[in-house]
Write a protein that binds this ligand. Structure first.
Ligand SMILES: Cc1cc2nc3c(=O)[nH]c(=O)nc-3n(C[C@H](O)[C@H](O)[C@H](O)COP(=O)(O)OP(=O)(O)OC[C@H]3O[C@@H](n4cnc5c(N)ncnc54)[C@H](O)[C@@H]3O)c2cc1C
Length: 390
């Protein structure tokens, strides 16, 4: 039960959240101004930052009070989420790695000093984080990463190349996986670091995406010095942390929270279908209802159900295809919201782990099928043949 401030009922909790939303200037949902899908077509950090500053603990209600949250348990969290669901959210995509991945990870794996240093700036939107996991030769096979970290007294020296790092061009910090031990099998020699992207030796090079955005980047690390105090967890114990980050990402739909990422809201599609006329309308209605039912079923099942991200990718592709069909040639030509979202939708089948990898995991973890065969699991990583090596 929520207790702070003497309020004991869930109605009162919902009322307080609604009051905070109104004070933060949020419009009712459906009144326009909703977040673009996965930040597509938008580079404005201002509204999201203003929202986080204004909402305070209601932006991170599960976090402990001492780190800027409200310390709520799962049931009360649902009350907050339902209350906020009535409002159009600003674009929280730039802040999503910090809020949904790094924050919860720090709460479990961070030292008290790291929590005190990093959590509050994340919650306020002051410091943006990105995820430095993927490399040119390590995507689905993430544990095959070759960014190297060598200890030199109280610092680590990082060298390597990361790629597809969303938000790195405006991030202050990167949650980075690096190899610290080449003499053990690939999953055992990885360590997690927080890399200050303003440090000497960091170069960030944006990449252009097919939807017109340049939201992801190559990040080159050239002998970057990282203090040992910015290491998360023990040296060599990074794979377990990486897996928990990926579980958060996949459970929440490629960069949860879903709120502020424009996902799971069918109201704009339903408005479009309502306005459609002519012979195609009944078919459009049928398809829209299938999409809406899927979104509702996923909401009721909970975002952590196996395959949540797969379903989200499918419904996003289905809804943007339907929207463009309804709009006809105008939809194809327009440089508008639906066209941008249509060109963004396929990325959800790649970012945070591809559809094929999600299916492998459902097979192994939910259905109990045999594990995918691998020949490199027990071999010291340094002994494995790799491209570019004799
Ligand atoms: C928009 C976007 C944003 C991203 N943001 C980030 C980010 O912020 N930080 C970050 O670190 N990364 C990010 N990524 C990278 C993303 O996580 C990787 O692209 C993804 O994990 C796939 O890796 P890859 O591109 O190397 O493809 P590969 O792993 O080379 O895969 C190529 C193809 O082979 C298939 N495949 C590979 N292995 C298997 C297997 N075992 N079984 C079946 N099929 C298989 C894949 O499904 C895919 O179709 C982002 C990607 C996109 C598109």
């Amino acid at each position: 039960m929520w207790w702070d401030g003497g309020v004991t009922s869930r109605d009162a909790l919902a009322g307080e959240v609604r009051a905070a939303a109104v004070a933060a200037g949020l419009a009712p949902r459906g009144a326009g101004g909703a977040a673009p899908v996965l930040g597509a077509g938008n580079d404005d950090l201002g509204p999201g930052r203003a929202y986080l500053a204004a909402m305070g603990r209601w932006a991170v209600p599960a976090w402990p009070v001492e780190h800027g949250g409200a310390g709520l348990g799962p049931e009360d969290l649902g009350v907050v989420q339902r209350a906020l669901g009535a409002y159009a959210m600003p674009d929280l995509y730039p802040f999503a790695v910090g809020l949904a991945l790094v924050g919860p990870t720090l709460l479990v794996h961070g030292t008290p000093e790291q929590q005190a240093r990093w959590l509050a700036p994340i919650a306020r939107g002051d410091e943006i984080w990105c995820q430095l996991f993927s490399e040119p030769d390590a995507g689905s096979d993430l544990a095959g990463l070759t960014t190297r970290a060598e200890r030199d007294g109280d610092v680590w020296r990082l060298a390597g190349a990361k790629v597809w790092a969303s938000r790195a061009h405006y991030a202050r910090w990167g949650l980075c996986l690096a190899r610290t031990d080449w003499s053990v099998p690939k999953h055992s020699g990885i360590t997690v670091f927080a890399v200050d992207l303003q440090a000497d030796g960091v170069e960030v090079a944006p990449l252009k995406q097919m939807n017109g955005d340049a939201h992801f980047n190559q990040v080159f690390l050239d002998e970057v010095l990282v203090p040992d105090g910015d290491r998360l967890g023990d040296a060599g114990a990074g794979w377990a942390i990486a897996r928990s980050v990926l579980a958060l990402e996949r459970g929440g739909g490629a960069g949860a929270p879903a709120a502020g990422l424009g996902l799971g809201d069918t109201s704009a599609l339903l408005d479009l279908v309502r306005a459609a006329d002519g012979a195609s309308a009944p078919l459009a209605r049928q398809r829209a209802m299938a999409i809406h039912s899927d979104v509702q079923a996923r909401r009721w099942a909970g975002r952590r159900m196996p395959g949540s991200k797969l379903r989200m990718a499918d419904t996003l592709k289905a809804s943007t295809s339907l929207a463009l069909e309804i709009q006809g040639p105008a939809g194809m030509l327009a440089d508008g919201e639906w066209a941008t979202t249509f060109l963004t939708a396929p990325s959800l089948s790649i970012r945070g782990g591809t559809d094929e990898i999600q299916r492998n995991q459902i097979g192994e973890q939910a259905l109990g099928l045999p594990r995918e065969p691998a020949v490199d699991r027990d071999v010291p990583f340094g002994d494995l043949p790799r491209s570019g090596r004799p």
